[in-house]
Design a protein. Structure first.
Length: 255
């Protein structure tokens, strides 16, 4: 899964390098698609079942678009907050990750949202490492992430959640980024061997979302910006292995 994760990290790096004013979304999608194929990997989003099969190898969501934005002819503009999400399967194993990047110069409000989203994921990873040692529950991690997002003045999206991942992109358990009575009922213990795709989505305003008529694009109801970051995390005896970490980033997170 680390090999698949490295490819996802490489694809996100490539997408990031293209995220400039004037770039067409479909150009980024094409580049990522070709990158996976060049590396003998299968893009996992393409054809994903829904009301209409998913039409690309990436989800490219701009500003008030939360997730599942379609890679069409739209052109990136200075100041856009772009979320890039992608996944691949290599030699039978999957990896899934997402980044939020600014296009050109972005407002300080958008940049703060982006930074807090990164902080929330980072804090989540460290809390998983801590709870893993004590065979703790996922809800402890979710509560910490939600608290950090809300203390910063944002709202966590509750309509969409993370997931287990392995031979398939979406496996049990569901991995919510918030806690309520419902999520506590389907809580699970953190133990070595689990691999989770953790993907907090933070809204500048209200947490509620809706899906556009294209059947995919999820937007905030209030039209305010949203940020989304994701890593595939392997839970091991030694700590948390960030399987989608970039080549030169920290890969093992211990308590
Ligand atoms: N990263 C998202 C997910 O984890 C994107 C999947 S949407 C798809 O679940 F349809 F494009 F695959
Ligand atoms: Co995912």
């Amino acid at each position: 899964m680390r090999q698949a994760g490295l490819l996802v990290a490489g694809a996100l790096k490539l997408a990031h390098s293209m995220a400039l004013p004037g770039t067409k979304l479909e150009e980024i999608d094409k580049a990522v698609d070709e990158y996976f194929l060049d590396h003998q990997a299968e893009p996992l989003f393409k054809g994903y079942p829904g009301k209409v099969p998913y039409p690309g190898s990436t989800c490219l969501s701009i500003n008030e678009q939360v997730v599942h934005g379609l890679p069409g002819p739209r052109v990136l503009a200075e100041g856009d907050l772009l979320k890039v999400d992608t996944a691949c399967r290599l030699a039978g194993w999957c990896a899934d990750a997402a980044i939020t990047v600014g296009v050109g110069k972005i407002s300080s409000a958008k940049d703060r949202l982006r930074l807090v989203a990164l902080e929330v994921l980072d804090l989540g990873i460290r809390e998983i490492a801590f709870q893993l040692k004590r065979k703790g529950l996922w809800s402890e991690v979710a509560a910490k992430m939600q608290l950090r997002a809300e203390s910063a003045g944002y709202r966590m999206v509750t309509q969409y959640v993370g997931h287990g991942i392995g031979r398939s992109m979406h496996e049990p358990p569901q991995v919510p980024n918030y806690v309520d009575r419902q999520t506590r009922r389907s809580d699970f213990r953190l133990e070595p061997g689990l691999v989770l795709a953790v993907e907090p989505m933070l809204n500048m305003g209200d947490s509620s979302t809706r899906v556009l008529r294209d059947h995919w694009t999820v937007v905030t109801r209030d039209g305010l910006a949203s940020a989304h970051v994701e890593h595939t995390l392997g839970l091991t005896e030694k700590g948390v292995w960030v399987l989608t970490a970039d080549d030169n980033a920290e890969q093992m997170v211990n308590v």
